[in-house]
Design a protein around this ligand. Structure first.
Ligand SMILES: C[S@@+](CC[C@H](N)C(=O)[O-])C[C@H]1O[C@@H](n2cnc3c(N)ncnc32)[C@H](O)[C@@H]1O
Length: 256
């Protein structure tokens, strides 16, 4: 029988673990996992679902190395990217310079944002929501709501647990030349979390990191987003199609 003590085993990711996980190794394998054409397509989906236009102001929370932010800037939005990783932000800035786009990059924690009524739209993409406990995860939604003007939209791309659970193999390997990234995933059924053990084998060295994220379903998003001040909440699949249990992503779009 499942015991409640399971809650001691799996827990929210600490800031230390998050910073260890999203390091230079994360960037090193980035283009193998998300080649430029995929990032371009994802930026297009986000652009359409957020109804962005030339000059729209948009905020990405957890922007990483800027693979989406810089593309939205190329399409004509006024973009701000916030991330907690200085290493990834410096990669984002370098890419923005290469592309000749102007993006405001900010080092910070999504649980405490400095903006009020500033943006037309905001988003968290590629399973960037849910690292913390429920209280802090909901804080992120309230902070995002506060940063948006009236009618502002928030988009969250989250793993669809129905599709995810069908993967029988919990091991996922990515190779770049002689370097390997090995992810060992496990489900924590008592806490609705997914745990990721990451092993990097690179230049003769082995490094291990760990991350955990809360696996929310759509009805939980509806409750949390309404309580954070959003009026409407919609669900889509990864290509903006109707959500089904086969969609690999649950894309939630809320309007203030
Ligand atoms: C899975 S990555 C996604 C990056 C980007 N959205 C993309 O699609 O490539 C998650 C990002 O969230 C950032 N992050 C994690 N916790 C954060 C926090 N508390 N505040 C700001 N950024 C955070 C990480 O540093 C990382 O860059």
């Amino acid at each position: 029988m499942a015991k409640e003590m399971g809650s001691n085993i799996s827990r929210a990711a600490s800031l230390f673990e998050i910073e260890e996980y999203f390091n230079e190794d994360y960037f090193h394998f980035g283009d193998v996992v998300n080649p430029p054409e995929i990032s371009g397509r994802q930026a297009g989906v986000i652009w359409n679902l957020l109804s962005l236009k030339q000059g729209s102001s948009v905020l990405e929370l957890g922007c990483g190395y800027g693979r989406i932010t810089n593309r939205l800037a190329e399409k004509g939005a006024r973009v701000t990217g916030l991330d907690i990783s200085p290493i990834l932000l410096s990669k984002a800035e370098a890419d923005a310079v290469e592309r000749g786009v102007n993006v405001e990059y900010v080092l910070g924690d999504m649980r405490s944002l400095p903006w009020q009524d500033r943006f037309d739209a905001a988003f968290l993409w590629y399973t960037t929501f849910g690292y913390f406990d429920d209280e802090d995860n909901e804080k992120v939604l309230r902070e995002a709501a506060f940063s948006l003007g009236k009618g502002g939209r928030l988009l969250i791309g989250h793993a669809n647990r129905f599709a995810f659970l069908r993967y029988k193999s919990p091991i996922y390997v990515v190779q770049r030349n002689d370097d390997l990234r090995i992810d060992i995933m496990s489900n924590d059924v008592l806490n609705d979390r997914r745990n990721l053990e990451r092993i990097i084998v690179r230049d003769g060295c082995v490094r291990r990191t760990h991350l955990s994220f809360r696996q929310y379903g759509f009805s939980e998003f509806v409750r949390m987003l309404r309580s954070a001040g959003f009026e409407t909440v919609e669900a889509y699949g990864e290509e903006a199609e109707a959500l089904t249990s086969d969609s690999s992503q649950l894309v939630v779009v809320a309007r203030k």
